[in-house]
Design a protein around this ligand. Structure first.
Ligand SMILES: Cc1cc2nc3c(=O)[nH]c(=O)nc-3n(C[C@H](O)[C@H](O)[C@H](O)COP(=O)(O)OP(=O)(O)OC[C@H]3O[C@@H](n4cnc5c(N)ncnc54)[C@H](O)[C@@H]3O)c2cc1C
Length: 403
């Protein structure tokens, strides 16, 4: 057993740490206040070759894998969870294509993500179907008649395929994306059979694709979430990801994402605890400082222990995912990381607000921003309750067992 990061991973961690301190930290408050997409941060990520971390080298990425991306996100999330989300979006919609996409899809859609020429988003949720994915109503019906109306951003066009209709919601990065990984029902629309759900690559520029509205959010402001409406969108057969009825792909993609989301939680918790610790060390009270008080010290210690526990869970989860171990039997290990680290982010940012007292509640300090940002982490990509259910299933099936 070896707990050390490789020299390459340590170098990546150090360089993203510097970039985050120099470029992200000074921008975080302004990005939240304006809610505007930080193009300058995207450029900085591109210039530092961070957009292709989890994309293999043969597709133009740096091949640092899920561990590399998680480490980078942890560093960025110390200062800005929305900038961490920008990095996360280099993998979330890409995952299904990497896992089951054709060589042609990989060549057309992935190198552009690594270079920053293309951006993508992930459409699973619908207004009436979040955790209950089988309740989705977006439909894909086989195309009839002559000729497809689609022409790809990458220049190719094709005959035949599918016609998609429906509305996806709360989609992160929906406005900036050039293409979307979208899930739709190809089987009986009222059936709850997962086998009737299929993944497609849909391009923003295609006829019938629109983004009519974005949401007013409590946190992670700067990267919009919003609606994607698909109105008779013709999708060529070659843009089906994996096989028709391959819903399992959505779960595999999300399983592999668990450490990446967890890293957003860890970074946020680290940033919040470090900030609050420095504050209480300088805050004079009762003839000493707030950091002298045992009740305060114990709270700091408890979060510090949990941060280290979350890192171990998350790095192991990333290590598993990088070996392709994100199928059902690994779910409890992957989901434990997401559950623990994101719940920790909420507790750590709550403690940070508390330790700063009134100051922590004011926008003069980043604590209230971290607190708002943390709340979404226990909801996105499978809520905490859904993760607990998945973990319990793994224990019941002895996938997580100690005998
Ligand atoms: C900021 C943000 C960004 C997002 N980005 C994306 C995106 O890019 N793409 C995308 O597709 N979606 C995205 N989402 C949506 C997100 O994935 C869903 O919100 C999430 O899956 C939960 O679905 P829901 O909101 O419909 O809650 P519901 O499914 O309605 O759940 C409501 C409550 O019931 C609980 N619950 C549900 N099922 C169970 C169960 N089996 N056992 C116990 N409790 C349960 C939940 O934990 C929750 O507390 C985003 C959401 C947010 C807030």
């Amino acid at each position: 057993m070896d707990f050390d990061l490789s020299p390459e991973m340590t170098a990546l961690q150090q360089s993203v740490r510097r970039l985050s301190q120099e470029k992200i930290k000074p921008r975080a408050r302004e990005i939240d206040a304006t809610g505007e997409y930080p193009e300058d941060v995207f450029d900085a990520f591109r210039d530092a070759d961070l957009l292709g971390l989890s994309i293999p080298t043969e597709l133009g990425g740096s091949g640092a894998g899920i561990l590399g991306l998680s480490l980078a996100i942890e560093e960025v999330a110390k200062y800005s969870n929305v900038c961490a989300l920008m990095l996360l979006l280099t993998r979330l919609p890409v995952g299904p294509v990497l896992i089951a996409g054709s060589d042609d899809q990989k060549k057309r859609y992935l190198p552009g993500i690594a270079t920053g020429e293309l951006r993508a988003a992930f459409g699973l949720s619908e207004p009436q179907a979040g955790s209950d994915v089988a309740g989705m109503r977006t439909r894909a019906t086989p195309e009839s008649g002559a000729g497809s109306r689609t022409r790809s951003v990458t220049g190719s066009g094709s005959e035949g395929g599918w016609v998609l209709n429906g509305t996806k919601c709360w989609m992160s990065g929906v406005r900036e994306a050039d293409w979307y990984t979208v899930f739709a029902k190809t089987g009986d629309p009222v059936s709850r059979d997962h086998g009737g759900i299929t993944a497609f690559i849909v391009e923003r520029g295609w006829e019938g694709v629109s983004v009519p509205r974005t949401d007013h959010k409590m946190g992670v402001r700067g990267v919009d979430t919003g609606e994607l409406v698909l109105d008779d969108v013709h999708v060529p057969a070659e843009n089906v990801i994996g096989e028709v009825g391959g819903f399992r792909l959505a779960m595999l993609g999300l399983n592999a994402m668990r450490p990446i989301v967890a890293a957003r939680g860890i970074g946020l918790a680290e940033g919040a605890l470090m900030y609050a610790t420095e504050y209480v060390k300088g805050r004079e009270a009762f003839g000493g400082t707030i950091s002298d008080l045992q009740g305060v010290r114990w709270e700091i210690a408890k979060i510090a222990v949990d941060i280290e526990a979350a890192r171990l869970l998350t790095y192991r989860a990333a290590w598993l995912a990088d070996q392709g171990k994100f199928t059902k039997e690994y779910v409890p290990f992957l989901s434990s990381a997401k559950y623990f680290a994101t719940e920790l982010a909420v507790r750590a940012s709550g403690l940070a607000v508390q330790l700063l007292g009134a100051a922590g509640y004011m926008t003069d300090h980043p604590t209230e921003l971290w607190y708002r940002d943390a709340r979404q982490l226990t909801i996105v990509e499978g809520t905490s309750q859904v993760q607990l259910d998945l973990i319990a299933r793994g224990v019941l099936a002895h996938h997580l067992w100690w005998d």
